[in-house]
Unconditional design. Structure first.
Length: 133
């Protein structure tokens, strides 16, 4: 099965600098991810969505990003939709693009570049499934 990243886009971006009085002592970030599929049975595309919330010492940043993948050589099945690929592998493929975007955005904004940590998407998927039970 051949799967490729077709495209991605930043759907929402909000960045606000903090002034000297409201600067924080520490940083935090929160990452949510999920996947989505077309209702069209003949559509071989699926997507991964990220919502990233960064509270840095000197700014707040919220990003919503969508990554679209395509199965090139086969039809998408229900088994595929329930498999680990859309929940684990696809986010792991997409996340470095988001990570690089955040680093470049903060650097080009005149701030210290933010380098997001690597994410264990297996553990994240396991946490999500245990929270739903």
């Amino acid at each position: 099965m051949k799967i490729q990243l077709k495209n991605w886009k930043i759907a929402n971006l909000s960045m606000s600098l903090l002034d000297e009085r409201t600067k924080r002592d520490n940083d935090s970030f929160d990452l949510e991810s999920g996947n989505f599929f077309s209702d069209n049975k003949d559509d071989n595309t699926f997507g991964v969505a990220f919502k990233l919330n960064i509270n840095d010492r000197s700014f707040d940043l919220i990003i919503e990003a969508f990554f679209n993948f395509e199965i090139v050589d086969e039809k998408m099945t229900e088994d595929f939709k329930l498999s680990s690929f859309p929940k684990i592998n696809a986010p792991a493929i997409a996340f470095p693009y988001l990570r690089a975007f955040v680093s470049n955005l903060t650097l080009q904004s005149g701030l210290e570049p933010v380098i997001l940590p690597s994410i264990n998407f297996v553990q994240l998927a396991n946490n999500d499934s245990s929270n739903k039970e």
